[in-house]
Design a protein around this ligand. Sequence first.
Ligand code: PLP
Length: 215
Amino acid sequence: MIVNEEAVKKVLNDVKPATLVAATKYVDAPELDKLEALGVTIFGENRVQAFLEKYEKYHGNAHWHFIGTLQCNKVKYIIDKVELIHSVNSYKLIDEIEKQAKKHDLVMDVLLQVNIAQEESKHGFAAQEMDQVMDYLKDKPHLHPRGLMMMAPHIEPEETRQYFKATKDLLTALTQKYPQYQLTELSMGMTNDYKIAIEEGSTMVRLGHALFKEA
Ligand SMILES: *Cc1c(COP(=O)(O)O)cnc(C)c1O
């Protein structure tokens, strides 16, 4: 696919005040410069191999986020290249990010992925588990939790509203309980449902199809 310039301009305006994370898996590296020229400042990749290929080829100023399922053995390839990992979904992954970030002497900003609709098929911590996760992070100084990420179920967009609301409520509760962290970010909303996600408090929408068209 290629960048749909008109669509990108409109989306950049529509998503305010949320931040647009362009899900770049649908396009090759040369399209990234076009996105940047239009004002997109954050690219999100969901596969490590594809990310590394584009990272090598791209020489612009946009920032990189990792948004997809991350295998523990691949953390080492991305740890010094991305600014935010949206998809922290297990204790093992927390351990590995802590280990690799420490090795590189950096603090990694992360979002905790929550399986808010309790779907068998989805990754993420259960909402009821979040206190345990926060406790686990106490002695992980190289991870800086910044908020929550969720993937809505594949249902009618309007039906997803309840899950966006529940995620926002969970973030609000955690913010009050753990003021030592700056838990301000809510990564939720994709092409089908981002308008609803923003209405319910999303601060980062991850959009792919909305930005591109067939060549
Ligand atoms: C591809 C992808 C998106 C964007 O999906 P669209 O429906 O194309 O907007 C968002 N989040 C993740 C994790 C993705 O892999």
